[in-house]
Design a protein around this ligand. Structure first.
Ligand code: ZN
Length: 297
């Protein structure tokens, strides 16, 4: 029986161009709150973060979502520390795409959240995360007011840092679309759809399909899942033509039973293998840059 390509990867059309099939693996290495007490493999120092990024790069990751930690493990917004981390990550991952967080879960002021956008040269991030609204995480709220979102978006545009739009609810897609129409963002948008956290979108197929159907046409999207949702959400995204985010920020364990502490590169290797089996080989760094519409370094 002959197959038909008309239903495959519907978001990227059916042109069959190989680039459309390539998968971007985004790895969220550290996060604000993942701790060594919970999993000793969480990279915290600049050296650990860069070493982990390098291993993930070799395993097929092309996008690195970075949080900084002080020596005591607490989250940091110090730009000297980000500079050290980003330079070290660049050295290990020369063409990798670096995304710095502007999360408001710990740091509340615009100055704190935007500090990393002031870095220059090799330390300048390619992308920065930008949450599209407020929500409750399992233990505390994350507040992102319209004025904060717009200020961060403006600063990113001024600094030529692309936003990774963090989506936790359908309303946030609505807001991203509104800001796109108001010319806060240039196309294509890159959205990370996050599922499976207590207090935000659950990770059922119906939720994924609804989110994907709600994003502006032509957008690039990836999907992430909290904890046990990471693997099923990633796999769904691969089949649906999206990209994936893995990593210890979102999920500390390798297995569903939470018996095996993961490492970042274990998670990257597994999803690269599954994607290959599903006909979505991983994108090279320059292919990932092309897909996201950013220049080659
Ligand atoms: Zn993050």
């Amino acid at each position: 029986m002959e197959d038909t390509e008309s239903g495959l990867y519907h978001l990227e059309g059916s042109s069959g161009l190989p680039i459309n099939r390539k998968l971007i693996i985004n790895v969220a290495l550290t996060g604000n709150f993942s701790s060594k007490a919970a999993n000793p493999n969480v990279p915290c120092t600049p050296e650990e973060i860069a070493l982990d990024a390098g291993k993930c790069y070799e395993a097929g990751a092309t996008f690195f979502h970075i949080h900084a930690r002080e020596d005591d493990g607490k989250p940091s917004c110090r730009n000297e520390l980000y500079e050290e981390i980003l330079l070290k990550v660049r050295k290990k991952c020369p063409d990798g795409i670096i995304c710095a967080t502007t999360s408001g879960r710990v740091f509340k002021t615009f100055e704190q959240r935007s500090a990393v956008l002031d870095l220059e040269g090799d330390a300048k991030p390619d992308f920065a995360s930008l949450s599209m609204g407020s929500m409750n995480f399992p233990t505390e709220p994350s507040i992102n007011s319209p004025s904060m979102i717009e200020s961060l978006a403006k600063r990113m545009a001024e600094k030529n840092v692309r936003p990774e739009l963090e989506i936790f609810e359908t309303g946030m897609i609505n807001y991203a679309t509104y800001l796109m129409r108001k010319s806060f963002f240039r196309k294509p948008l890159y959205l990370n759809l996050f599922f499976g956290l207590l207090g935000t979108m659950p990770g059922r197929f119906v939720d994924i399909v609804h989110q994907v159907n709600s994003i502006p046409a032509g957008s690039i999207w990836g999907a992430a899942g909290g904890g046990r949702f990471q693997l099923p959400i990633n796999t769904s995204a691969i089949v649906m033509g999206g990209h994936v985010r893995v990593g210890l920020e979102d999920n500390l364990y390798y297995d569903y039973g939470k018996t095996v502490p993961a490492t970042n590169d274990m998670l990257v290797k597994r999803i690269a293998r599954i994607a290959g089996e599903l006909g979505r080989p991983v994108a090279s760094p320059s292919e990932a840059r092309m897909i996201l519409g950013i220049g080659v370094r």
